[in-house]
Design a protein around this ligand. Structure first.
Ligand code: MRU
Length: 350
């Protein structure tokens, strides 16, 4: 993706350092964050310097490769890299891509640190290629004119490049289709209002940010033709874990007869999770709900308490949308029904 006339990916590796776009500073500041050790990369995933299923998958893969390089001369290197794997897997529990990437890179690393590095690069490259293909397949779903609702950020910032839910939108616009995007603000961290809006603005895509509670009214007024969201983990039966609030949009879409699509690569599918009930749902710090962050008039970063002091907050980061609400899952291998049989067949073809 081009930012300030330069081509960027969300995350990449140079030598033994992992570099990433510092997403906590967006949209106010564009900065690159360097992670010199596997632990630095873990911290960047935990504090959401990097976030989004594919992007944290790629970062986790790089972190695993960094650990193999860091401990290559350690007499207890087998123990050290196993501990590092644990640390990486403990960063965030929900996104399947993180575990998928660590597994692949760990096994490659048992051959040599160089193999771990090659594998981590392959994971990141596949992430980008899959997203591109999702864009091609998904854009065919749009008519000449389409009003789309999206939740959270499943754009290129959430993957290595292109994105999932936003990739079809970018391509449709390039193909000359008239696309308009309603962007859910997505509290508490506002990935929609901050990141999706920033991406769309930079790409010249017509959009408007809406408060999270506006979707029902807009749908009832016939203003939304389709909902597209990303996914953090897809269970074998087609249930989908995604950013908290997705379930509400899916139920509404069914009520108003609006197609509800999930866009995600097959690496987001967890065949070992029979249903969405088994997907681990991350609970994050209550401060993310109680405080909002932004910049003041002088462009200095500020955090403001926006809730009643003394009250506690519950901060579940994801919810699970049952398969019955999902019109289709747009993967790099094709658009499939959110159904056990279709998902099994899809994975057999890999
Ligand atoms: O907590 P985040 O920002 O990492 O969560 C990301 C999401 O839930 C996105 O909605 C997305 O669909 C999954 S990543 C493409």
């Amino acid at each position: 993706m081009i930012v300030n006339d330069k081509l960027y990916q969300t995350v990449w590796i140079e030598g033994t350092s992992v570099f990433m776009i510092q997403q906590n500073l967006l949209p106010f500041k564009f900065e690159i964050h360097e992670c010199k050790t596997y632990w630095d990369t873990c911290m960047a995933i935990t504090d959401m310097t990097i976030r989004g299923a594919g992007a944290i998958g790629a970062a986790a893969g790089y972190s695993m490769a960094q650990a193999f390089l860091q401990f290559r001369d350690d007499p207890e290197k087998a123990i050290r890299v196993r501990e590092a794997r644990q640390d990486i897997e403990n960063t965030r529990p929900t996104a399947r891509n993180l575990f998928y990437a660590v597994e692949r890179v760990y096994h490659a690393g048992l051959i040599s640190p160089e193999s771990a590095m090659v594998e981590a690069q392959k994971v990141a490259q596949k992430d980008s290629a899959d997203s591109k293909r999702i864009g091609e397949l998904g854009s065919d779903l749009f008519k000449k004119k389409a009003n789309i609702l999206t939740h959270c950020n499943a754009g290129w910032l959430a993957f290595v490049d292109y994105g999932t839910a936003l990739a079809p939108i970018y391509l449709a616009a390039k193909q000359g289709k008239e696309v308009f995007v309603y962007v859910d603000e997505t509290r508490p961290r506002n990935q929609g209002g901050k990141l999706t809006a920033w991406e769309l603005y930079n790409n010249g895509i017509a959009h408007v940010i809406i408060p999270d509670n506006a979707a029902a009214t807009l749908m009832s007024q016939g203003k939304i033709d389709m909902v597209i969201v990303g996914a953090d983990r897809i269970a074998a039966n087609g249930d989908v874990a995604n950013k908290i609030g997705t379930l509400g949009r899916a139920i509404l879409a069914k009520e108003f007869n609006i197609p509800f699509y999930v866009a995600a690569p097959t690496s987001t599918i967890d065949i070992d999770c029979a249903t969405g009930k088994e997907i681990p749902i991350e609970e994050r710090d209550q401060e993310e709900v109680l405080y909002q962050s932004g910049i003041d008039k002088n462009e200095n970063p500020v955090q403001v308490l926006v809730c009643s002091p003394g009250s506690k907050a519950l901060n579940l980061a994801f919810d699970v949308t049952p398969a019955k609400y999902i019109t289709g899952i747009i993967t790099e291998k094709g658009i499939v029904k959110a159904h056990h049989q279709s998902i099994k067949k899809l994975l057999e073809e890999l």
